[in-house]
Design a protein around this ligand. Structure first.
Ligand code: GDP
Ligand code: MG
Length: 172
């Protein structure tokens, strides 16, 4: 029998337009798709990944950040192992809004869940509104992991998922 590995649900949260779908697409297919696709409702994709000598089946749940989907969020978060909460480093407001996503996840999942705060779009160097220190401080404050990424440049996407599988491994 092949090693199917253990399955984990990862939910992606954050304001619309911060790059959630792009991060997932980049990780799944290794490319940045410029044709904008707003997520309709909730979808998930599965990917098997290896970390050290273990196999992990990651179920990546994409979502839309719009408030109108808010009623879906508790059921969506319920059985998640990891919440990836994304902001755009060129949008202060999207960074401020991560607090409410984090609080919602903690309220629903307590300390069972691994939270990863992700500052995406680091390629927008001249438009940056949130420093790496601000991101790190917030992550520390909420007991979350932290990573900056650029789905466009393919920067830190693989390391992000390595960090996640490493944390899943350490959580057992
Ligand atoms: P979502 O609503 O959070 O799923 O965001 P999308 O993945 O749909 O991305 C929103 C917009 O930001 C799209 O136009 C993407 O092409 C763009 N985008 C996503 N990631 C990056 C990035 O790392 N850098 C830049 N410059 N643009 C990005
Ligand atoms: Mg999307």
């Amino acid at each position: 029998m092949g090693d199917l590995g253990k399955g984990y649900k990862l939910v992606f949260l954050g304001d619309q337009g911060v790059g959630k779908t792009s991060i997932i697409t980049c990780f799944m297919y290794g490319k940045f798709d410029t044709s904008y696709q707003a997520t309709i409702g909730i979808d998930f994709l599965s990917k098997t990944t290896r970390y050290e000598d273990r196999t992990f089946r990651l179920q990546l749940w994409d979502t839309a950040g719009q408030e109108r989907f808010k009623s879906l969020v508790p059921s969506y978060i319920r059985d998640s192992s990891v919440a990836v909460i994304v902001y755009d480093v060129a949008s202060k407001q999207s960074f401020i809004n991560t607090s409410k996503w984090i609080e919602e996840v903690r309220a629903e999942r307590g300390s069972y869940v691994i939270i990863v705060l992700v500052g995406n779009k680091t390629d927008l160097v001249n438009k940056r509104q949130v420093s790496i220190e601000e991101g790190e401080n917030k992550a520390r404050e909420f007991g979350a992991l932290f990573m900056e990424t650029s789905a466009k440049a393919g920067f830190n996407i693989k390391p992000l998922f390595c960090k996640i599988t490493s944390a899943l491994q350490g959580n057992e």
